[in-house]
Design a protein around this ligand. Structure first.
Ligand SMILES: [Zn+2]
Length: 125
């Protein structure tokens, strides 16, 4: 199984032909893994609600109807990561070209550095 993988750092990487491939990414060996967002259930708690806050409220009010609805999945949405497929296709990183890991790593490092500089300049406000 193969999957296309793209990372924003590729645009500036000499190993990636951005002119030809654009943001299509490169083809990597891939495997199916159980979706880590929903643990393979295909759904998870709604993103627009705060699960802990809601549960606190329910417990405080002793609202058993809402608790039952919650446990029955009334506040769930289709998983945003796997689209309800229970599995996602992930690149097999062991077999991926090494420059990819390096590119992503240094991209993240740069981003962190930028943030620190911005932080230092603006102070804690
Ligand atoms: Zn999922």
């Amino acid at each position: 199984m193969k999957t296309l993988f793209y990372h924003e750092s590729f645009e500036y990487n000499e190993n990636y032909n951005f002119e030809n491939s654009g943001t299509n990414g490169i083809l990597l060996d891939a495997k199916r893994i159980v979706c880590p967002t929903c643990n393979g259930t295909g759904s998870h708690f709604r993103n627009d609600l705060d699960e802990n806050l809601m549960l606190d409220d329910i417990r405080e009010d002793g609202d058993y109807d809402s608790m039952e609805a919650y446990q029955g999945g009334a506040f769930d949405q289709v998983c945003t990561e796997c689209n309800g497929n229970n599995v996602i296709i992930e690149p097999t990183w062991e077999f991926a070209p090494r420059w990819i890991n390096k590119a992503i790593q240094s991209w993240e490092d740069d981003k962190r550095q930028d943030e620190q500089i911005r932080f230092a300049e603006n102070g804690y406000r």
